[in-house]
Design a protein. Structure first.
Length: 137
């Protein structure tokens, strides 16, 4: 028996992220050294972490970017994303979605910028690139 997941569209992944970070003002997932994490303190999750079911998550993927599969950690993350319902042709989108979270989180530290303002700007740019619909508030 194969472990097949229901396919997840770019729109569904985007909408889940928009709702979590823009509408609900979810906190970014960063550690004490200001590095982004798939799973952070107090249940925080990054944009890709939101898309990984708790039972599929492995701490071994921390520090690995989505979209690459060269070493064992990267292959594990790749397998987790496929098992979570994503197709090979979605990995560039997932990489850009990850960059929205990570760049917005990084920018908030040195200048004290609002994470939520920064991620909304980045999400709007991503929506234009992929012709995605911004969820209604």
């Amino acid at each position: 028996m194969t472990n097949q997941s229901v396919a997840v569209s770019n729109q569904e992944a985007f909408s889940q992220n928009w709702t979590h970070f823009v509408t609900n003002k979810g906190k970014p997932s960063v550690d004490a050294t200001e590095k982004c994490r798939y799973r952070g303190d107090n249940g925080a999750k990054c944009g890709i972490g939101l898309l990984i079911a708790d039972k599929k998550y492995s701490a071994a993927i921390e520090g690995v970017s989505v979209g690459y599969s060269f070493d064992l950690q990267e292959k594990l993350l790749h397998r987790i994303m496929v098992d979570s319902g994503f197709q090979e042709n979605q990995f560039m989108f997932l990489s850009l979605l990850q960059a929205c979270h990570d760049n917005a989180a990084i920018e908030m530290f040195p200048e004290g910028k609002s994470f939520h303002e920064r991620i909304e700007i980045r999400f709007r740019q991503l929506a234009k690139i992929y012709d995605l619909t911004i969820p209604a508030v």
